[in-house]
Design a protein around this ligand. Structure first.
Ligand SMILES: Cc1ncc(CO)c(N)n1
Length: 221
């Protein structure tokens, strides 16, 4: 069992509530209303910007070149791949770059992103990577579960295939392996409880992020 398996097991319903959230299920069966998805896409653009900052913080917090390179690679993947794909996906859903730039952060976006940044600022690199694990690795798990039921005309195919595709899956696998290397160096019995709490909190905040899409669908477009 690696650290990620341990964290998902101890997070229990916080983890399953996140990966099995109604938003995810309805995205999977195609019944998610388009305005809910648009709201999610708009806020996820703002999320990704803060997520890039969190990875930049991981570069800064690194004490070894291996850690620094791992965070730098993740930062590059967000800035050069994920954000460009996201902006293109948004355009396909009627959200222009101007609309994305004018969007304001929803409290659920603020809460989640600043929580992750605070874990990194107040803690060390392991705290930060544990706070990031539900995002990076969680999305790979979610998309892999949705992919088999995703036919050619599925409305959310582009999103599902982006995260289920080899490029993203290997980013997530590398993050998972790196998390385990960090744990081997820094995880002590005394720290375990605190890290489990960080992971479970991040899962709850991811669930709130899905819920925001359902509760506050985009009014425009
Ligand atoms: C809210 C959220 N969590 C994780 C990811 C994966 O990068 C994302 N794009 N958005």
């Amino acid at each position: 069992m690696d650290l990620f398996d341990h964290l998902t097991a101890t997070a229990g319903s916080h983890w399953t509530g996140y990966i099995d959230h109604e938003f995810v299920r309805r995205m999977g069966d195609g019944s998610l209303p388009a305005p809910a998805f648009r709201r999610y896409l708009e806020q996820d653009y703002l999320f990704l910007i803060q997520f890039a900052r969190a990875n930049a913080l991981a570069v800064y917090k690194s004490r070894t070149l291996d850690d620094m390179r791992a965070a730098h690679t993740a930062l590059g993947a967000i800035l050069d791949v994920e954000l460009s794909l996201h902006v293109r996906l948004c355009a396909g859903w009627g959200l222009s770059s101007a609309a994305l730039e004018a969007a304001e952060e929803h409290p659920a976006t603020l809460a989640y992103t600043r929580y992750v940044l605070d874990c990194g600022q107040g803690g060390d690199l392991l705290d930060l990577h544990v706070a990031l694990a539900p995002c990076v690795i969680g999305y790979a798990v979610i998309a892999r579960r949705l992919a088999p039921s995703c036919g050619a005309s599925h409305p959310y195919r582009d999103w599902i295939m982006e995260y289920a595709g080899d490029a993203y899956q290997s980013v997530a696998m590398r993050a998972r392996a790196h998390l385990d290397r960090l744990a081997q160096r820094h995880l002590t019995q005394e720290r375990a409880g605190e890290l489990e709490k960080i992971f479970a909190t991040a899962c709850r905040l991811e669930s709130d992020f899905w819920q925001m899409g359902l509760d506050e669908p985009a009014s425009h477009a």
